[in-house]
Design a protein around this ligand. Structure first.
Ligand code: FES
Ligand code: FES
Length: 174
């Protein structure tokens, strides 16, 4: 890198960050402190992940980070280096992800749809994280699992129904 390029790099404060996105290796030149949400949506054009509050309150930006549900708006992109990030674009390509989506549709848990990408990730994390997949989650466990995901439309009852449908119809899958 010559002096001119180096100064541009410092001025723009960018660095190369590599991680796995939906099981594919990606490389971005981004400000390491830019949120992972902005990197996903802006740099990588993965727009299924939504921006709601931008401050960790609504869960619209939920993604899986090494299998754990996180708010991408609160995570600096640098933290993703070497990690496995899963968004709705990747999850819906899997049988388990599709099971959750189908259950949300069946339960009418998708209304305006703004919370849906985050809800799919949250329900998936709950169902996939059970130590015994034959044990269906209780209502309390479902409510706890989606407590970071705000939905203005459904009153949550239909989303709880969807979790139960996905647990039942996905038996043998989880
Ligand atoms: S946009 Fe990230 S929690 Fe609301
Ligand atoms: S379906 Fe509209 S916010 Fe949840």
């Amino acid at each position: 890198m010559n002096i001119k390029e180096h100064s541009i790099s410092i001025k723009e404060n960018k660095m190369k960050i590599e991680f796995f996105l939906n099981n594919e290796c990606v490389s971005v030149d981004a400000n390491p402190m830019q949120s992972l949400l902005n990197t996903l949506r802006g740099n990588l054009k993965k727009t299924a992940t939504k921006e709601g509050c931008g401050e960790g309150e609504c869960g619209a930006c939920s993604v899986l980070f090494n299998g754990q549900l996180v708010n991408a708006c609160m995570m600096p992109t640098a933290q993703a280096e070497g990690a496995n990030i899963m968004t709705l674009e990747g999850l819906r390509q899997t049988a388990k992800g599709q099971c959750v989506i189908d259950a949300l549709l069946e339960a009418k848990g998708v209304q305006c749809g703004f919370c849906t990408p985050g809800m799919v990730l949250a329900l998936y994390a709950l169902l996939n994280g059970r130590s015994d997949p034959t044990q269906h989650p209780t209502e309390k466990e479902i409510r706890t699992a989606i407590s970071g995901n705000l939905c203005r439309c459904t009153g949550y009852g239909m989303i709880i129904d969807a979790a139960n449908i996905a647990a039942t119809k996905g038996e043998g899958l989880w």
